[in-house]
Ligand binder design. Sequence first.
Ligand SMILES: Cc1cc2nc3c(=O)[nH]c(=O)nc-3n(C[C@H](O)[C@H](O)[C@H](O)COP(=O)(O)OP(=O)(O)OC[C@H]3O[C@@H](n4cnc5c(N)ncnc54)[C@H](O)[C@@H]3O)c2cc1C
Length: 424
Amino acid sequence: MSRDTAINDSPVHRRRVDVAIVGGGMAGASLALMLAHHCPELRVALLEQKPLPAGGEQPVLPSFDTRATALAAGSLQIFEQLGLWSELSGYCAPIREIHVSDRGCGLGARLSALRETRAQFRGIFGAVVENAALGPVLYRALAETRVEVLAPAEVQRVTFDDSGADMKWCDGAGRAQHLKTALLVAADGVDSVMCRQLGIEAERVDYRQRALVATVGLQRAHGGVAYERFTDSGPMALLPLPDREGVHRAALVWTCDEEAADALCALESDAFVARVQKAFGWRAGRLVRAGAVASYRLSLSLAREQWRRNLVLVGNCAHFLHPVAGQGFNLTLRDCDALAQVLSGRGSDLLAQNSRAALDLLESYGRGRQRDQQLTIGFSDRVPALFASDNPLLRSSRQLGLLAMNVVPPLRASFLSQAAGFGL
Ligand SMILES: Cc1cc2nc3c(=O)[nH]c(=O)nc-3n(C[C@H](O)[C@H](O)[C@H](O)COP(=O)(O)OP(=O)(O)OC[C@H]3O[C@@H](n4cnc5c(N)ncnc54)[C@H](O)[C@@H]3O)c2cc1C
Protein backbone atom coordinates (compact mmCIF):
# COMPACT_ATOMS: atom_id res chain seq x y z
CA MET A 1 0.00 0.00 0.00
CA SER A 2 3.09 2.18 0.14
CA ARG A 3 3.06 4.87 -2.49
CA ASP A 4 5.39 7.84 -2.86
CA THR A 5 3.74 11.18 -2.97
CA ALA A 6 3.48 11.95 -6.64
CA ILE A 7 4.20 15.66 -6.73
CA ASN A 8 5.21 16.88 -10.14
CA ASP A 9 8.16 19.29 -10.26
CA SER A 10 6.61 21.24 -13.15
CA PRO A 11 5.01 24.61 -12.30
CA VAL A 12 2.05 23.51 -10.26
CA HIS A 13 -0.41 26.04 -11.62
CA ARG A 14 -0.23 24.35 -15.03
CA ARG A 15 -1.23 20.93 -13.73
CA ARG A 16 -4.63 19.75 -14.75
CA VAL A 17 -6.59 16.52 -14.54
CA ASP A 18 -10.03 15.52 -15.79
CA VAL A 19 -11.38 14.16 -12.50
CA ALA A 20 -9.98 14.91 -9.02
CA ILE A 21 -11.32 12.86 -6.10
CA VAL A 22 -10.84 14.43 -2.67
CA GLY A 23 -10.61 11.72 0.02
CA GLY A 24 -8.94 8.33 -0.36
CA GLY A 25 -11.20 6.30 1.99
CA MET A 26 -13.38 3.40 0.89
CA ALA A 27 -15.51 5.63 -1.33
CA GLY A 28 -12.75 7.66 -3.02
CA ALA A 29 -10.41 4.71 -3.61
CA SER A 30 -13.25 2.57 -5.02
CA LEU A 31 -14.43 5.32 -7.37
CA ALA A 32 -10.86 5.90 -8.59
CA LEU A 33 -10.62 2.20 -9.50
CA MET A 34 -13.97 2.28 -11.30
CA LEU A 35 -12.97 5.34 -13.33
CA ALA A 36 -9.67 3.68 -14.26
CA HIS A 37 -11.67 0.65 -15.42
CA HIS A 38 -14.63 2.25 -17.19
CA CYS A 39 -13.09 5.54 -18.36
CA PRO A 40 -9.41 4.81 -19.16
CA GLU A 41 -9.18 7.96 -21.29
CA LEU A 42 -9.73 10.24 -18.28
CA ARG A 43 -6.82 11.58 -16.23
CA VAL A 44 -7.79 10.93 -12.63
CA ALA A 45 -6.12 12.13 -9.41
CA LEU A 46 -6.95 10.92 -5.91
CA LEU A 47 -5.99 13.28 -3.08
CA GLU A 48 -5.82 11.98 0.49
CA GLN A 49 -4.82 14.18 3.40
CA LYS A 50 -3.28 11.36 5.45
CA PRO A 51 -0.06 9.59 4.48
CA LEU A 52 -0.52 6.09 3.09
CA PRO A 53 1.35 3.64 5.32
CA ALA A 54 4.14 1.42 4.04
CA GLY A 55 3.30 -2.31 3.59
CA GLY A 56 2.70 -4.13 6.87
CA GLU A 57 1.96 -1.01 8.92
CA GLN A 58 -1.53 -0.44 10.28
CA PRO A 59 -3.63 1.69 7.91
CA VAL A 60 -4.19 5.17 9.26
CA LEU A 61 -7.10 6.23 7.09
CA PRO A 62 -10.42 6.31 9.00
CA SER A 63 -12.08 3.93 6.51
CA PHE A 64 -9.54 1.17 7.03
CA ASP A 65 -9.71 0.81 10.81
CA THR A 66 -10.76 -2.19 12.93
CA ARG A 67 -14.29 -2.42 11.50
CA ALA A 68 -15.45 -5.17 9.16
CA THR A 69 -17.77 -4.56 6.23
CA ALA A 70 -20.55 -6.84 5.03
CA LEU A 71 -20.37 -6.66 1.25
CA ALA A 72 -23.70 -7.48 -0.39
CA ALA A 73 -23.95 -9.74 -3.44
CA GLY A 74 -24.31 -6.70 -5.72
CA SER A 75 -21.03 -5.28 -4.36
CA LEU A 76 -19.20 -8.54 -4.97
CA GLN A 77 -20.44 -8.40 -8.55
CA ILE A 78 -19.00 -4.87 -8.88
CA PHE A 79 -15.64 -5.98 -7.47
CA GLU A 80 -15.65 -8.93 -9.86
CA GLN A 81 -16.20 -6.58 -12.83
CA LEU A 82 -13.17 -4.60 -11.64
CA GLY A 83 -11.10 -7.81 -11.61
CA LEU A 84 -10.68 -7.60 -7.83
CA TRP A 85 -12.82 -10.46 -6.55
CA SER A 86 -10.16 -13.17 -6.94
CA GLU A 87 -7.80 -11.27 -4.61
CA LEU A 88 -10.46 -9.88 -2.29
CA SER A 89 -12.11 -13.27 -1.76
CA GLY A 90 -8.93 -14.45 -0.02
CA TYR A 91 -9.69 -11.96 2.80
CA CYS A 92 -13.45 -12.55 2.99
CA ALA A 93 -15.76 -14.87 4.89
CA PRO A 94 -18.76 -15.82 2.74
CA ILE A 95 -22.30 -15.25 4.07
CA ARG A 96 -24.30 -18.41 3.35
CA GLU A 97 -27.15 -17.88 5.80
CA ILE A 98 -28.79 -14.91 7.51
CA HIS A 99 -30.62 -15.30 10.81
CA VAL A 100 -32.84 -12.38 11.81
CA SER A 101 -34.35 -12.77 15.28
CA ASP A 102 -35.98 -10.89 18.13
CA ARG A 103 -34.65 -12.00 21.49
CA GLY A 104 -37.76 -10.77 23.22
CA CYS A 105 -40.05 -13.33 21.60
CA GLY A 106 -37.84 -16.15 20.41
CA LEU A 107 -39.13 -15.69 16.84
CA GLY A 108 -36.73 -15.58 13.95
CA ALA A 109 -36.31 -15.85 10.21
CA ARG A 110 -33.65 -18.04 8.71
CA LEU A 111 -32.64 -17.29 5.13
CA SER A 112 -30.40 -19.57 3.13
CA ALA A 113 -28.51 -18.54 0.00
CA LEU A 114 -29.10 -22.02 -1.41
CA ARG A 115 -32.85 -21.34 -1.51
CA GLU A 116 -32.92 -17.60 -2.25
CA THR A 117 -31.26 -17.75 -5.65
CA ARG A 118 -32.31 -14.23 -6.71
CA ALA A 119 -30.31 -12.39 -4.10
CA GLN A 120 -27.00 -14.10 -4.36
CA PHE A 121 -23.58 -14.05 -5.99
CA ARG A 122 -22.10 -17.47 -6.73
CA GLY A 123 -24.18 -19.23 -4.09
CA ILE A 124 -23.60 -16.72 -1.27
CA PHE A 125 -25.54 -13.72 0.02
CA GLY A 126 -22.38 -11.66 0.33
CA ALA A 127 -19.08 -11.65 2.18
CA VAL A 128 -17.48 -9.95 5.16
CA VAL A 129 -14.07 -8.31 4.89
CA GLU A 130 -12.06 -6.53 7.56
CA ASN A 131 -11.57 -2.92 6.51
CA ALA A 132 -7.87 -3.16 7.33
CA ALA A 133 -7.61 -5.86 4.64
CA LEU A 134 -9.84 -4.08 2.11
CA GLY A 135 -7.68 -0.92 2.10
CA PRO A 136 -4.47 -2.59 0.91
CA VAL A 137 -6.39 -4.56 -1.75
CA LEU A 138 -7.83 -1.31 -3.16
CA TYR A 139 -4.51 0.54 -3.04
CA ARG A 140 -2.51 -2.33 -4.58
CA ALA A 141 -5.04 -2.36 -7.45
CA LEU A 142 -4.77 1.44 -7.79
CA ALA A 143 -0.98 1.16 -8.11
CA GLU A 144 -1.59 -0.86 -11.31
CA THR A 145 -3.64 1.95 -12.91
CA ARG A 146 -2.85 5.41 -14.29
CA VAL A 147 -4.64 7.07 -11.36
CA GLU A 148 -2.31 9.60 -9.72
CA VAL A 149 -2.44 9.10 -5.96
CA LEU A 150 -1.41 12.21 -4.05
CA ALA A 151 -0.81 11.65 -0.34
CA PRO A 152 -0.48 13.34 1.99
CA ALA A 153 -2.46 15.98 0.11
CA GLU A 154 -4.87 18.05 2.15
CA VAL A 155 -7.23 20.01 -0.03
CA GLN A 156 -7.70 23.38 1.64
CA ARG A 157 -9.59 25.56 -0.81
CA VAL A 158 -11.65 25.10 -3.93
CA THR A 159 -12.88 27.70 -6.38
CA PHE A 160 -14.90 27.13 -9.53
CA ASP A 161 -14.80 28.84 -12.93
CA ASP A 162 -16.10 27.94 -16.41
CA SER A 163 -13.46 25.26 -16.91
CA GLY A 164 -13.96 23.44 -13.62
CA ALA A 165 -12.46 23.57 -10.16
CA ASP A 166 -9.17 25.04 -8.99
CA MET A 167 -7.90 23.34 -5.84
CA LYS A 168 -5.28 24.54 -3.44
CA TRP A 169 -3.79 21.67 -1.49
CA CYS A 170 -0.97 21.21 0.95
CA ASP A 171 1.65 18.48 0.57
CA GLY A 172 3.44 16.56 3.32
CA ALA A 173 6.17 19.20 3.56
CA GLY A 174 3.61 21.96 4.11
CA ARG A 175 4.02 23.39 0.58
CA ALA A 176 1.00 24.85 -1.18
CA GLN A 177 0.14 23.13 -4.47
CA HIS A 178 -2.55 23.75 -7.08
CA LEU A 179 -4.50 21.40 -9.29
CA LYS A 180 -7.20 22.16 -11.86
CA THR A 181 -9.89 19.64 -12.69
CA ALA A 182 -12.95 19.46 -14.94
CA LEU A 183 -14.85 17.39 -12.35
CA LEU A 184 -14.31 17.50 -8.61
CA VAL A 185 -15.60 14.53 -6.62
CA ALA A 186 -15.90 15.18 -2.89
CA ALA A 187 -15.36 11.89 -0.99
CA ASP A 188 -13.99 13.49 2.14
CA GLY A 189 -16.30 11.91 4.72
CA VAL A 190 -19.24 12.88 6.88
CA ASP A 191 -17.67 16.11 8.18
CA SER A 192 -16.78 17.17 4.67
CA VAL A 193 -14.58 20.26 4.38
CA MET A 194 -15.55 20.46 0.71
CA CYS A 195 -19.28 20.67 1.56
CA ARG A 196 -18.63 23.33 4.20
CA GLN A 197 -16.66 25.43 1.73
CA LEU A 198 -19.27 25.07 -0.97
CA GLY A 199 -22.16 25.81 1.36
CA ILE A 200 -23.76 22.38 0.90
CA GLU A 201 -25.72 21.55 4.01
CA ALA A 202 -26.86 18.14 5.22
CA GLU A 203 -30.10 17.01 6.83
CA ARG A 204 -29.07 15.26 10.03
CA VAL A 205 -30.82 13.01 12.51
CA ASP A 206 -28.85 12.21 15.63
CA TYR A 207 -29.85 8.69 16.73
CA ARG A 208 -28.25 9.32 20.17
CA GLN A 209 -26.81 5.84 19.85
CA ARG A 210 -23.41 4.36 19.35
CA ALA A 211 -22.20 1.29 17.50
CA LEU A 212 -19.71 -0.77 19.47
CA VAL A 213 -17.49 -2.77 17.20
CA ALA A 214 -15.22 -5.65 18.21
CA THR A 215 -13.83 -8.88 16.86
CA VAL A 216 -14.95 -11.80 18.99
CA GLY A 217 -13.60 -15.37 19.10
CA LEU A 218 -16.04 -18.28 18.72
CA GLN A 219 -15.66 -21.71 20.22
CA ARG A 220 -17.24 -23.33 17.16
CA ALA A 221 -17.04 -22.44 13.46
CA HIS A 222 -19.67 -19.92 12.31
CA GLY A 223 -20.49 -21.88 9.15
CA GLY A 224 -21.00 -18.68 7.15
CA VAL A 225 -24.00 -17.54 9.22
CA ALA A 226 -24.59 -13.80 9.71
CA TYR A 227 -26.82 -13.01 12.70
CA GLU A 228 -28.97 -9.92 13.07
CA ARG A 229 -30.41 -10.10 16.58
CA PHE A 230 -32.71 -7.53 18.14
CA THR A 231 -32.24 -7.48 21.90
CA ASP A 232 -33.43 -5.35 24.83
CA SER A 233 -30.04 -3.66 24.81
CA GLY A 234 -30.19 -2.83 21.11
CA PRO A 235 -29.67 -4.57 17.76
CA MET A 236 -26.59 -6.77 17.46
CA ALA A 237 -25.00 -8.08 14.29
CA LEU A 238 -22.54 -10.95 14.46
CA LEU A 239 -20.87 -11.37 11.10
CA PRO A 240 -18.63 -14.25 10.02
CA LEU A 241 -14.92 -13.49 9.62
CA PRO A 242 -12.16 -15.70 8.21
CA ASP A 243 -10.41 -17.85 10.86
CA ARG A 244 -7.07 -16.50 12.00
CA GLU A 245 -4.31 -18.64 13.54
CA GLY A 246 -6.79 -21.42 14.18
CA VAL A 247 -9.29 -19.13 15.94
CA HIS A 248 -12.88 -18.93 14.66
CA ARG A 249 -13.86 -15.26 14.57
CA ALA A 250 -16.86 -12.99 14.08
CA ALA A 251 -17.32 -9.23 13.82
CA LEU A 252 -19.70 -7.79 16.40
CA VAL A 253 -21.63 -4.57 15.81
CA TRP A 254 -23.74 -3.71 18.87
CA THR A 255 -25.94 -0.64 18.70
CA CYS A 256 -26.83 0.79 22.09
CA ASP A 257 -27.66 4.08 23.73
CA GLU A 258 -24.82 6.39 24.72
CA GLU A 259 -24.84 5.66 28.45
CA ALA A 260 -24.80 1.92 27.97
CA ALA A 261 -22.01 2.31 25.40
CA ASP A 262 -19.79 4.17 27.89
CA ALA A 263 -20.31 1.48 30.51
CA LEU A 264 -19.66 -1.36 28.06
CA CYS A 265 -16.49 0.26 26.70
CA ALA A 266 -15.13 0.53 30.24
CA LEU A 267 -15.36 -3.26 30.81
CA GLU A 268 -12.39 -5.62 30.76
CA SER A 269 -12.35 -8.02 27.79
CA ASP A 270 -13.79 -11.06 29.66
CA ALA A 271 -16.57 -9.02 31.25
CA PHE A 272 -17.42 -7.50 27.86
CA VAL A 273 -17.66 -10.95 26.25
CA ALA A 274 -19.89 -12.15 29.09
CA ARG A 275 -22.23 -9.18 28.49
CA VAL A 276 -22.33 -9.86 24.77
CA GLN A 277 -23.10 -13.53 25.41
CA LYS A 278 -25.89 -12.63 27.82
CA ALA A 279 -27.47 -10.15 25.41
CA PHE A 280 -26.97 -12.19 22.23
CA GLY A 281 -27.69 -15.66 23.57
CA TRP A 282 -26.17 -18.94 22.43
CA ARG A 283 -27.17 -19.18 18.76
CA ALA A 284 -23.55 -18.84 17.66
CA GLY A 285 -22.24 -21.01 20.52
CA ARG A 286 -19.83 -19.83 23.19
CA LEU A 287 -18.07 -16.52 22.60
CA VAL A 288 -14.52 -16.81 23.87
CA ARG A 289 -12.64 -13.54 23.67
CA ALA A 290 -12.87 -10.04 22.26
CA GLY A 291 -10.38 -7.68 20.67
CA ALA A 292 -10.39 -3.94 21.39
CA VAL A 293 -13.83 -2.32 21.39
CA ALA A 294 -14.26 0.72 19.13
CA SER A 295 -17.21 3.07 19.40
CA TYR A 296 -18.94 5.12 16.65
CA ARG A 297 -21.56 7.84 17.05
CA LEU A 298 -24.59 7.16 14.88
CA SER A 299 -26.54 9.61 12.82
CA LEU A 300 -28.31 9.84 9.52
CA SER A 301 -26.80 12.52 7.35
CA LEU A 302 -27.98 13.33 3.87
CA ALA A 303 -26.44 16.12 1.77
CA ARG A 304 -29.07 18.51 0.39
CA GLU A 305 -27.29 18.51 -2.99
CA GLN A 306 -25.25 15.65 -4.38
CA TRP A 307 -24.18 17.23 -7.65
CA ARG A 308 -23.68 20.61 -9.25
CA ARG A 309 -21.89 21.78 -12.37
CA ASN A 310 -18.35 20.27 -12.15
CA LEU A 311 -19.06 18.65 -8.77
CA VAL A 312 -20.32 15.32 -7.37
CA LEU A 313 -20.47 14.08 -3.75
CA VAL A 314 -19.97 10.38 -2.94
CA GLY A 315 -19.67 8.19 0.16
CA ASN A 316 -20.27 9.42 3.71
CA CYS A 317 -20.09 12.96 2.41
CA ALA A 318 -23.28 12.34 0.37
CA HIS A 319 -25.07 10.01 2.83
CA PHE A 320 -24.13 8.52 6.18
CA LEU A 321 -26.46 5.73 7.35
CA HIS A 322 -27.18 3.72 10.46
CA PRO A 323 -24.87 0.69 10.15
CA VAL A 324 -27.31 -1.91 11.51
CA ALA A 325 -28.43 -2.96 8.05
CA GLY A 326 -24.86 -2.87 6.65
CA GLN A 327 -25.86 -0.69 3.70
CA GLY A 328 -23.64 2.43 3.66
CA PHE A 329 -20.68 1.24 1.65
CA ASN A 330 -22.81 -1.04 -0.51
CA LEU A 331 -24.93 1.95 -1.52
CA THR A 332 -21.78 4.00 -2.15
CA LEU A 333 -20.38 1.31 -4.43
CA ARG A 334 -23.58 1.39 -6.49
CA ASP A 335 -23.38 5.21 -6.68
CA CYS A 336 -19.74 5.09 -7.79
CA ASP A 337 -20.41 2.35 -10.32
CA ALA A 338 -23.29 4.38 -11.79
CA LEU A 339 -21.14 7.52 -11.99
CA ALA A 340 -18.31 5.68 -13.75
CA GLN A 341 -20.82 4.11 -16.19
CA VAL A 342 -22.39 7.50 -16.96
CA LEU A 343 -18.97 9.03 -17.66
CA SER A 344 -17.78 6.04 -19.68
CA GLY A 345 -17.03 7.13 -23.26
CA ARG A 346 -18.35 10.65 -22.53
CA GLY A 347 -15.00 12.26 -21.64
CA SER A 348 -15.32 14.94 -24.33
CA ASP A 349 -18.73 16.01 -22.98
CA LEU A 350 -17.31 16.19 -19.47
CA LEU A 351 -14.35 18.28 -20.60
CA ALA A 352 -16.18 20.71 -22.87
CA GLN A 353 -16.06 24.02 -21.01
CA ASN A 354 -19.30 25.26 -19.59
CA SER A 355 -21.24 22.83 -21.74
CA ARG A 356 -24.84 21.73 -21.30
CA ALA A 357 -23.69 18.17 -22.10
CA ALA A 358 -21.46 18.03 -19.00
CA LEU A 359 -24.31 19.20 -16.83
CA ASP A 360 -26.67 16.66 -18.46
CA LEU A 361 -24.25 13.86 -17.59
CA LEU A 362 -24.26 14.74 -13.90
CA GLU A 363 -27.99 15.31 -13.93
CA SER A 364 -28.62 11.87 -15.40
CA TYR A 365 -26.33 10.37 -12.75
CA GLY A 366 -28.17 12.19 -9.95
CA ARG A 367 -31.64 11.31 -11.22
CA GLY A 368 -30.64 7.70 -11.81
CA ARG A 369 -29.51 7.25 -8.22
CA GLN A 370 -32.52 8.78 -6.47
CA ARG A 371 -34.74 5.71 -6.14
CA ASP A 372 -32.08 3.31 -4.86
CA GLN A 373 -30.83 5.92 -2.38
CA GLN A 374 -34.34 6.66 -1.07
CA LEU A 375 -35.15 2.95 -0.63
CA THR A 376 -31.83 2.10 1.00
CA ILE A 377 -31.78 5.11 3.31
CA GLY A 378 -35.40 4.44 4.32
CA PHE A 379 -34.62 0.77 4.99
CA SER A 380 -31.55 1.61 7.12
CA ASP A 381 -33.50 4.23 9.06
CA ARG A 382 -36.65 2.15 9.70
CA VAL A 383 -35.13 -1.18 10.75
CA PRO A 384 -33.40 0.07 13.93
CA ALA A 385 -36.38 2.27 14.87
CA LEU A 386 -38.81 -0.62 14.52
CA PHE A 387 -36.72 -2.96 16.61
CA ALA A 388 -35.67 -0.40 19.22
CA SER A 389 -39.23 0.35 20.22
CA ASP A 390 -40.98 -1.09 23.27
CA ASN A 391 -44.31 0.09 21.92
CA PRO A 392 -46.51 -3.05 22.14
CA LEU A 393 -48.03 -2.39 18.71
CA LEU A 394 -44.64 -2.15 17.02
CA ARG A 395 -43.43 -5.12 19.01
CA SER A 396 -46.20 -7.35 17.76
CA SER A 397 -45.90 -6.06 14.21
CA ARG A 398 -42.18 -6.88 14.11
CA GLN A 399 -42.90 -10.32 15.54
CA LEU A 400 -45.50 -10.75 12.84
CA GLY A 401 -42.98 -9.51 10.28
CA LEU A 402 -40.45 -12.11 11.33
CA LEU A 403 -43.08 -14.82 11.26
CA ALA A 404 -44.32 -13.67 7.87
CA MET A 405 -40.79 -13.61 6.48
CA ASN A 406 -40.58 -17.32 7.18
CA VAL A 407 -43.78 -18.17 5.39
CA VAL A 408 -44.38 -15.51 2.71
CA PRO A 409 -41.86 -15.75 -0.14
CA PRO A 410 -42.48 -12.25 -1.68
CA LEU A 411 -41.84 -10.59 1.69
CA ARG A 412 -38.60 -12.49 2.08
CA ALA A 413 -37.64 -11.65 -1.49
CA SER A 414 -38.22 -7.94 -0.97
CA PHE A 415 -36.15 -7.92 2.25
CA LEU A 416 -33.38 -9.79 0.49
CA SER A 417 -33.32 -7.73 -2.68
CA GLN A 418 -32.80 -4.63 -0.53
CA ALA A 419 -30.22 -6.30 1.71
CA ALA A 420 -28.41 -7.90 -1.23
CA GLY A 421 -27.77 -4.50 -2.72
CA PHE A 422 -28.95 -5.04 -6.26
CA GLY A 423 -30.86 -1.78 -5.95
CA LEU A 424 -34.00 -3.53 -7.12
C1 LIG B 1 -19.73 0.84 12.75
C2 LIG B 1 -19.93 0.89 11.27
C3 LIG B 1 -20.10 -0.31 10.56
C4 LIG B 1 -20.33 -0.28 9.18
N1 LIG B 1 -20.55 -1.46 8.53
C5 LIG B 1 -20.88 -1.44 7.23
C6 LIG B 1 -21.19 -2.65 6.53
O1 LIG B 1 -21.15 -3.75 7.09
N2 LIG B 1 -21.54 -2.58 5.21
C7 LIG B 1 -21.59 -1.38 4.55
O2 LIG B 1 -21.94 -1.35 3.37
N3 LIG B 1 -21.26 -0.21 5.18
C8 LIG B 1 -20.90 -0.22 6.48
N4 LIG B 1 -20.57 0.95 7.10
C9 LIG B 1 -20.49 2.20 6.31
C10 LIG B 1 -19.07 2.42 5.75
O3 LIG B 1 -18.13 2.34 6.77
C11 LIG B 1 -18.97 3.78 5.04
O4 LIG B 1 -19.79 3.69 3.91
C12 LIG B 1 -17.54 4.10 4.62
O5 LIG B 1 -16.79 4.33 5.76
C13 LIG B 1 -17.52 5.33 3.73
O6 LIG B 1 -16.24 5.83 3.64
P1 LIG B 1 -15.88 7.24 2.97
O7 LIG B 1 -14.71 6.97 2.10
O8 LIG B 1 -17.07 7.87 2.38
O9 LIG B 1 -15.52 8.17 4.22
P2 LIG B 1 -14.24 8.21 5.16
O10 LIG B 1 -13.86 6.85 5.59
O11 LIG B 1 -14.54 9.20 6.23
O12 LIG B 1 -13.08 8.76 4.22
C14 LIG B 1 -12.91 10.11 3.92
C15 LIG B 1 -11.44 10.33 3.58
O13 LIG B 1 -11.27 11.67 3.18
C16 LIG B 1 -10.05 12.16 3.71
N5 LIG B 1 -10.14 13.63 3.77
C17 LIG B 1 -10.95 14.36 4.58
N6 LIG B 1 -10.77 15.67 4.35
C18 LIG B 1 -9.84 15.77 3.35
C19 LIG B 1 -9.22 16.88 2.69
N7 LIG B 1 -9.55 18.16 2.98
N8 LIG B 1 -8.30 16.63 1.72
C20 LIG B 1 -7.96 15.33 1.39
N9 LIG B 1 -8.51 14.25 2.02
C21 LIG B 1 -9.45 14.48 2.98
C22 LIG B 1 -9.97 11.49 5.09
O14 LIG B 1 -8.65 11.46 5.60
C23 LIG B 1 -10.52 10.10 4.78
O15 LIG B 1 -9.49 9.17 4.43
C24 LIG B 1 -20.35 0.95 8.49
C25 LIG B 1 -20.14 2.15 9.20
C26 LIG B 1 -19.95 2.12 10.57
C27 LIG B 1 -19.75 3.43 11.29
